[in-house]
Design a protein around this ligand. Structure first.
Ligand SMILES: *[C@@H]1O[C@H](CO)[C@@H](O)[C@H](O)[C@H]1NC(C)=O
Ligand SMILES: *[C@@H]1O[C@H](CO)[C@@H](O)[C@H](O)[C@H]1NC(C)=O
Ligand SMILES: *[C@@H]1O[C@H](CO)[C@@H](O)[C@H](O)[C@H]1NC(C)=O
Ligand SMILES: *[C@@H]1O[C@H](CO)[C@@H](O)[C@H](O)[C@H]1NC(C)=O
Ligand SMILES: *[C@@H]1O[C@H](CO)[C@@H](O)[C@H](O)[C@H]1NC(C)=O
Ligand SMILES: *[C@@H]1O[C@H](CO)[C@@H](O)[C@H](O)[C@H]1NC(C)=O
Length: 412
C-alpha cells in the first residue's frame, strides 16, 4: 500500500503545496472597491456604550489555567476591571469565560469575514497575505470587530507556484540575495506586521541563502517571520532559516527527531493548520485514500511536535477563495482546528492556550490573550466547559471586543 501511495503523493506535491496567498478578485480595481466599502463601514458607530459589566458565577479559563471555583469577572470600559462596584450584573452560571480566540492563519478580505470571525469568538486574526495594502489597511482597527494583523506581500521567487497563485507583480519577487534586506524594509514601510516567506519543493524555489537573509533582515528591524512549508524539504528550509513561525504541516512524511530537535533548538513555533488537511479532498484536490493518509500524517506530526514541547498555534487557512473549496469558513473553522488538535492527542488545556495566551506571547501582543485586570476586554463566554469537551467553545453565548459586545443585529 505504502509503495503505491508514496509516488502518487510526490506527483501531487505541486498541488498539495498550494495555499491561497492571493486574492480571488482578478483586478486591483475590485480590491480597491472592497477596501472602500470596508472603510465606509468603519464609520458605523456601535450603539453599545462602553460600560461596567460584572459576569457572576462563571468558570474561568484565564489563558493559562482553568479555575474550578465559579467567580466574578468585571469588564470596565474597554479593559478587564478589578471591582464590580456599580456594574450591571450578568449571570454566567453554567458557562466558561475565556480570552477571545486568536486565529493564527487566515485570509480575510472583506468586513463580512471579520464579522464571521468576531461572531465565532475570534478577537484577533493573523492574516496570511494581502496583495494590496489598501485592502489590508481597510481591515485594521475596525471598532467592535476582530483585530487584524497582516504580512502584506509574501516573499516568492519568479515562476514559483505561489508567485503564480499570487499573480505576483515583478516588484514583489525575490530575484537575488542582495535585494532581500531592502525588500523586507519596504514591507515594514508598507505596514506589514510580520514578514511571510514561501518555501516550496516543486518548480522554482527560493534559495536557502535568500530564506536566511530575509529572516535575518526581518529580525534586524524587529519583525517576526512566517514561513509557509507543507513538505519535509520545505520544513527543512524553514527550520534552517530560523523563521519564527512555520505554517502548515508536512504532508509527505513524518517529522523525525532530527527535524523536531532543530525546531526546538531554534525556539520556532508551528501553526499546523490541520483544518486544510481535514478537507484535503476539497483543498488539495486529492482522492479519499490520499486524503485519509494526509489526515493521519497531519495528526501524527502534531502529536510528535506536541510531545517534544514545540509550541503550537491554532490557525486554519480560512479564506474566500475557490482553493479552500468554500469549506473553511471564517471563525467556525477555528473551533474545528481546536477539535483536530485534541483528536491528535493534545490536551484541551494546551489546545486552548494555543489560541489564547501562547499567540499573545509569541506575537508580543501582551495587552490580550489572558484574563487579568487591565488587559483588553477581548472575551468569549461559552456554555459548558471546554476543558471537559473542547467542542463547547462552539456554544457561544457572548463575545466582547475591547469591552464592546458583538451583536449581530448591529451588523449593517
Ligand atoms: C484596581 O485597579 C485600580 C486602577 O488600575 C488600582 O488603582 C487599584 O489598586 C486596583 N485594586 C485592586 C484591589 O487591585
Ligand atoms: C518565467 O516565466 C517567463 C514566462 O512566463 C519566462 O519568460 C522566464 O524566463 C521564466 N523565468 C524563469 C527564471 O524561469
Ligand atoms: C537583484 O535584483 C534586483 C531587483 O530585481 C536588481 O535591481 C539588482 O540589480 C539585482 N542585484 C544583483 C546583484 O543581481
Ligand atoms: C530525518 O529525515 C531527514 C530527511 O528525510 C534525514 O536526512 C535525517 O537523517 C532523518 N533523521 C533521523 C534521525 O531519522
Ligand atoms: C459567514 O457566516 C455565514 C453565516 O454563518 C455563512 O453562511 C458564510 O458562509 C460565512 N462566510 C465565510 C466566508 O466564512
Ligand atoms: C461535546 O460538546 C458538543 C457541543 O456542545 C456536543 O455536541 C457533544 O455531544 C459533546 N460531547 C460529549 C461527549 O458530551
Amino acid at each position: 500500500m505504502k509503495r503505491t501511495l508514496v509516488p502518487l503523493l510526490i506527483a501531487l506535491l505541486p498541488l498539495c503545496e498550494s495555499c491561497p496567498t492571493y486574492s480571488h478578485y482578478d483586478r486591483v480595481e475590485d480590491e480597491r472597491a472592497i477596501a472602500a466599502a470596508n472603510l465606509r463601514k468603519r464609520e458605523y458607530k456601535h450603539d453599545v456604550k462602553s460600560r461596567k459589566i460584572a459576569i457572576d458565577n462563571v468558570y474561568v479559563f484565564d489563558g493559562f489555567q482553568y479555575h474550578s471555583e465559579p467567580t466574578t469577572i468585571v469588564i470596565d470600559g474597554s479593559v478587564i476591571g478589578n471591582d464590580s462596584c456599580g456594574a450591571i450584573h450578568i449571570d454566567g452560571r453554567g458557562g466558561t469565560l475565556m480570552p477571545g480566540l486568536f486565529e493564527n492563519h487566515a485570509h480575510p478580505e472583506d468586513i463580512n469575514d471579520l464579522k464571521n470571525l468576531t461572531a465565532n469568538g475570534v478577537t484577533t486574526t493573523m492574516c496570511a497575505a494581502c496583495q494590496t495594502a489598501d485592502l489590508c489597511e481597510s481591515l485594521r482597527n475596525q471598532p467592535g470587530l476582530t483585530s487584524f494583523y497582516s504580512s502584506g506581500w509574501t516573499a516568492v521567487v519568479p515562476n514559483s507556484s505561489h508567485a503564480q497563485l499570487a499573480r505576483a507583480s515583478p516588484q514583489q519577487l525575490i530575484t537575488n540575495v542582495s535585494m532581500c534586506p531592502g525588500w523586507v524594509q519596504d514591507r515594514a514601510s508598507s505596514g506589514s506586521d510580520y514578514i511571510k516567506l514561501i518555501a516550496e519543493t516543486a518548480g522554482p524555489t527560493m534559495s536557502q541563502e535568500e530564506h536566511n537573509t530575509l529572516v535575518e533582515a526581518a529580525h534586524g528591524i524587529g519583525l517576526k517571520t512566517w514561513t509557509h512549508a507543507s513538505t519535509l524539504q520545505a520544513y527543512d528550509a524553514a527550520i534552517r532559516s530560523k523563521s519564527d513561525f512555520i505554517q502548515h504541516t508536512p504532508t509527505d512524511g513524518p517529522l523525525n527527531s532530527s527535524f523536531i530537535d532543530m525546531i526546538l533548538a531554534n525556539g520556532q513555533f508551528s501553526t499546523p493548520t490541520a483544518t486544510i488537511y481535514e478537507f484535503a479532498e476539497e483543498t488539495l484536490k486529492v482522492n479519499a485514500i490520499i486524503a485519509n493518509r494526509i489526515r493521519k500524517m497531519t495528526l501524527a506530526n502534531i502529536k510528535a511536535m506536541y510531545d517534544a514541547g514545540i509550541p503550537l498555534l491554532a490557525g486554519t487557512d480560512a479564506s474566500n477563495t475557490a482553493y479552500s473549496g468554500g469549506v473553511i469558513l471564517f471563525g467556525s473553522s477555528l473551533h474545528l482546528e481546536l477539535e483536530l488538535m485534541v483528536r491528535a492527542g493534545v490536551p484541551n488545556l494546551e489546545v486552548l492556550k494555543a489560541a489564547t495566551s501562547r499567540p499573545a506571547e509569541a506575537y508580543k501582543l501582551l495587552d490580550r490573550g489572558a484574563i487579568s485586570p487591565g488587559l483588553r476586554a477581548d472575551l468569549l463566554l461559552v456554555n459548558g466547559n471546554p476543558l471537559a469537551n473542547i467542542s463547547k467553545t462552539r456554544e457561544i453565548e457572548r463575545v466582547w471586543i475591547a469591552g464592546m459586545e458583538y451583536q449581530s443585529q448591529h451588523e449593517n
